[in-house]
Write a protein that binds this ligand. Sequence first.
Ligand code: PHE
Length: 329
Amino acid sequence: MVELAGELEALEAEARQEISAAADPQALAEVRARFLGRKGSLRGLLRGIGSLPPEERARAGEAANRVKDRIEALVRERREALRREAEARSLAGHRLDVTLPGAGPAPGHLHPLTRLMRDVTRFFHGLGFSVEDGPEVETEYHNFEALNFPPDHPAWDLQDTFFVRGGHVLRTHTSPVQIRVMTGREPPFRFLALGRVYRHDSDPTHSPMFHQVEGFLVDDGVSFADLKGVLFAFARHLFGDDTGVRFRAHYFPFTEPSAEIDFSWRGAWLEVGGCGMIHPNVLRECGLDPERYQGFAFGLGLDRIAMVRHGIPHIGLLFDADQRVLEQL
Ligand code: PHE
């Protein structure tokens, strides 16, 4: 009996050490089986009990059971400790820093041309101009004939114009909107037309599709001075108070006199478009009496203005929808 007590003590000490050394639940289960299982060390020790006298047998059995209970308790404790360790490791691995800035959706913004068109519209709205629209696939009549283009005018040339079947073209300018607005209506007119126009032309500063804003005003007593005043105000609105405006004599079939317009931009002249007094033939074509009414018109390229405003070297960059470029504008 004394001998057995010593062996039980040694077994418990050994078990305690191995249990605390078990690194994971699997190893712990193996340790437990080795000491308490059916072929375990404790069973092995108890096998000798049968040969003891009956009163010692009972005490030996109780002593063995107490050791078994203590080992079971150690295993439970260790299992719980391992579970907590695993949980702590997992939490540390999935740590969430709630103070980090969130990953919100990237905010978009309006295209620089859209912003410019809205800006232009707002400015002219302040001068009493409202906005009119016309089709991009336009009749040859509205794009050319009604605007007093002689049949052999070079603008008809295939170099410039995209012809569409059935007497239609992709409008080469916004001026046909003049015809659509004036026909069948009575002045005064104060209108703006903005949108896409098309010409067979492609290089760093020309795209086959680009944007114009057309402005025209018809009333009695309108002069070239009114046109100058409006364009001066517009140039200053766009580029600042010290912006200069220059008119160079030019020819358009639908205006007389006609001029090309330059705005000064950082010490250089920037060609922005054409203008003039609406030709009597155009007024007549729209059913208006040129003796009674006069008007001016101008057509400006918007893409060029957006390019210098944003320092864009190549017109294609405006239309490529390249996120890396658009984000900078
Ligand atoms: N439509 C002309 C062009 O595109 C510009 C213009 C408009 C000229 C109105 C005079 C008057 O070149």
